[in-house]
Design a protein around this ligand. Structure first.
Ligand code: PAF
Length: 282
């Protein structure tokens, strides 16, 4: 496995491996790798001739009050995990090269980015889409892998790939959970032991909603009130949002008919955690 830091080195590597047939998978990450990331790598390694993993904490997707400066990072440990999992190239780009002085171009997507995390994090999706498009242009993958934990991100990237005719297949893989149901996230590292125990309430609340739907509940208001109440019963949790939205449009639903994305965000101390479940009517 090679580890490179510049666009020119990525290009040189691409030229060396692109000569034959085969496909290239990209797993974009901000590092601090956990089992969720590694499930994306496993899929890419299984489905492609070569796999590139990007490790880059993208300043453009963090608001001024957010955790950019404290975001966990472990380049050496991440490279060890990537190599053991069969990654061929790690691209750990630099801020100076990816956002040079005078940088002025961003990707803005309408509608899908208005609600959920877009409400509290107004510049997040603009920054995220910009770096993802830059990575697609630098690495030129056939398939790019994203996790369902960031369901809005996955929908937004899928729409960008379609709208801008990017020619990359977006593959979205299931959430990987801890034994108590907490979704794997690099931000779980911020949790104190008490907050870590409390955070299990997110998935418990989502599962209770799924049971309520199986029992006949359909009103978005009733479903989200129930989930909010369950999360708020945990004193260390502070709810940001609980919403039932269309899985592809990320627009609010009044009633569950067919499929709906039940998405939550809540703070536990310094950590803002998100989770979701796709609800289906029988
Ligand atoms: O999901 C993430 O880790 C980031 O948003 C991504 C897709 C790597 C872009 O910085």
């Amino acid at each position: 496995m090679q580890v490179v830091h510049s666009k020119a080195e990525v290009l040189a590597w691409l030229q060396s491996v692109r000569a034959g047939n085969g496909t290239l998978g990209l797993v974009p990450t901000m590092g601090a790798l956990h089992a969720g990331h590694m499930s994306l790598v496993a899929a890419s390694v299984a489905e492609n001739t070569h796999t590139v993993m990007s490790l880059f904490v993208n300043p453009a997707q963090f608001g001024p009050e957010e955790d950019l400066d404290n975001y966990p990072s472990d380049l050496e440990g991440d490279c060890r995990k990537a190599e053991a999992a069969g990654v061929d190239l790690v691209y750990a780009g630099t801020v100076d090269e990816l956002y040079p002085t005078g940088y002025a171009t961003y990707v803005i997507q309408e509608q899908l980015t208005d609600g959920l995390c877009g409400t509290d994090r107004p510049i997040h999706f603009r920054g995220m889409l910009t770096i993802v498009l830059k990575l697609f242009n630098i690495v030129r993958p056939d398939i790019a892998y994203f996790g369902q934990k960031d369901a809005q991100q996955a929908a937004v990237v899928t729409r960008m790939a379609r709208d801008l005719d990017i020619g990359v297949t977006i593959c979205v893989l299931p959430i990987v959970r801890e034994p108590d149901g907490l979704a794997m996230s690099s931000r779980n590292a911020y949790l104190s032991p008490a907050e870590r125990a409390a955070a299990a309430v997110l998935y418990q609340a989502l599962q209770e909603a799924e049971a309520a739907v199986a029992g006949g509940m359909r009103s978005a208001g009733e479903i989200t009130r129930r989930v909010r109440g369950r999360i708020e019963s945990e004193p260390l949790a502070e709810v940001d949002y609980v919403e039932l939205v269309d899985c592809d449009e990320i627009s609010p639903l009044a009633e569950l008919t067919g499929r709906g994305l039940l998405a939550v965000a809540a703070r536990f101390g310094k950590a803002r955690l998100i989770d979701n479940i796709v609800l289906r009517t029988p």
